[in-house]
Design a protein around this ligand. Structure first.
Ligand SMILES: Cc1cc2nc3c(=O)[nH]c(=O)nc-3n(C[C@H](O)[C@H](O)[C@H](O)COP(=O)(O)OP(=O)(O)OC[C@H]3O[C@@H](n4cnc5c(N)ncnc54)[C@H](O)[C@@H]3O)c2cc1C
Length: 405
């Protein structure tokens, strides 16, 4: 696969094939809400807007779920990329704890979704681990543990003496039921399957190329010159926002992932938890329902033309070696999938959910940072309610202009 911003042989795209194809737009249409982007975020929006009986349409320029949705590692966890102490220079402790609580709320929401509609997306609840292999960082991890404990999160502190993993760990925060793993591509299609039955319309191979704002409406012009008229648009285009805003939303890197073949054992991989270390750049790991391990990280400054970057294989090798070093008792580790792509994060690790400050008809749901999917769920809930006139105070955390001076 070689789409702009997504390169390589993606596990989730390859193992699933194309689940369902949607038509492209062949006429002018009217709706209330025009959602641009058919990745997991756009599909989450489509699900919540249709659940609230709001007439909505998704326009996707390529194939549903083939953008960063196909390469996300899809670890769902309440904690953010950085610790409370690291984030405090950009936001308040109260905001960070509130973000953790919102992450838990989004986890409950997805659990409820699975209970209601069945598990068609390899969802599995997991514990999580944040750890360090450096003695000098023990204090930092201990502090993170204390803050979470004081704020009511179900956490345990682990160190060298009670380390159940086969890798070197000096200190770790072990959080119970604090995360989940999912197949993001299947989840996207499950959402759309339900939402289209509730009235959502989805068009693939339908690129938005122009947006025209009128007094009481907005009009999107597609590549083949069909027009979609609505009351608002919501930008759910992941890391492509130039058509809609000249705002710089975050810092983009290129992130790398490799996935093993199915393994015969998980010896040393305690409880198949979601794992993250505190290195710079960090590594993160998860398992899959068909017994693979995915390891990601090794981010570098964003490289738009990754085909001409000759260090790619070196990055994949580093990840493979790291995996083998962490789990020496798993003897059949063999890498089957290698892929990479753009990843955008923000100073406070939160994405952008809400209206453009200068344009009431332009809304955003951008799942930036490593919790993109959970925050997109919150975006779906809060924006569909906002459309119906209910303002949720938590929207302030995700304000589009919160970094403006
Ligand atoms: C390597 C990596 C690891 C990650 N790990 C995690 C993780 O562990 N947990 C987590 O929660 N999040 C993670 N994220 C973040 C998460 O992947 C993103 O939040 C999420 O995948 C983005 O989905 P999306 O739908 O917003 O974007 P995309 O999947 O990129 O979808 C946007 C869609 O918009 C379409 N589009 C763009 N422009 C137009 C246009 N003009 N007209 C019509 N369509 C358009 C694109 O074709 C694309 O399909 C990770 C991301 C990466 C890259």
């Amino acid at each position: 696969m070689n789409l702009q911003f997504v390169k390589g042989n993606s596990l989730f795209a390859k193992t699933n094939k194309i689940i369902k194809q949607y038509n492209y737009l062949t006429e002018d249409i009217d709706t209330d809400v025009i959602i641009i982007g058919g990745g997991v975020t756009g599909s989450i929006l489509g699900y919540y807007f249709s659940k609230n009986n709001i007439d909505s349409v998704i326009l996707e320029k390529n194939i549903i779920g083939y953008g960063s949705t196909s390469i996300t590692t899809a670890l769902l966890q309440y904690e953010l990329d950085s610790t409370v102490r690291d984030l405090e220079q950009y936001t308040t402790k109260e905001n960070i704890i509130q973000s953790y609580k919102l992450g838990m709320k989004a986890l409950d929401e997805i659990e409820e979704f699975i209970r209601t509609y069945d598990n068609k997306c390899n969802y599995k609840k997991r514990d999580t681990l944040l750890y360090t292999a450096k003695s000098s960082d023990i204090g930092q991890i201990k502090e993170e543990y204390n803050i979470r404990k004081e704020n009511g999160f179900d956490v345990e502190f682990i160190d060298e003496k009670n380390n159940p993993f086969s890798f070197d760990l000096k200190a770790g925060v072990y959080a119970k039921n604090a995360g989940a793993e999912i197949d993001p591509y299947r989840y996207t299609h499950q959402l759309l399957d339900i939402a289209t039955k509730n009235g959502l319309k989805v068009y693939e191979n339908t690129e938005a190329i122009k947006v025209l704002y009128n007094n009481d409406s907005v009009e999107v012009v597609t590549k083949y010159d069909f027009k979609v008229k609505g009351k608002i648009i919501i930008v759910a285009t992941g890391y492509h926002t130039e058509l809609f805003s000249n705002r710089s939303f975050g810092v983009t890197t290129t992130a790398f992932n490799v996935a093993t073949k199915p393994l015969s054992s998980f010896d040393g991989y305690y409880n198949k938890v979601l794992i993250r270390d505190n290195k710079e750049p960090y590594n993160y790991l998860r398992t899959t329902m068909d017994n693979r391990i995915i390891i990601g990280g090794e981010d570098i400054n964003f490289i738009p033309d990754i085909n001409n970057y000759n260090e790619v294989d070196k990055k994949y090798s580093i990840l493979e070696q790291r995996l083998k070093t962490m789990f020496p008792n798993i003897k059949d580790i063999e890498i089957e999938y290698k892929y990479c792509g753009a990843f955008t994060s923000t100073q406070d690790n939160l994405g952008f959910i809400g209206k453009d400050p200068a344009n009431d008809k332009l809304w955003f749901n951008l799942g930036y940072g490593a919790n993109g999917i959970l925050f997109a769920i919150l975006g779906g809930i809060m924006l569909s309610k906002l459309y119906l006139g209910e303002f949720n105070d938590n929207l302030k955390l995700f304000k589009v202009d919160r970094f403006d001076n």
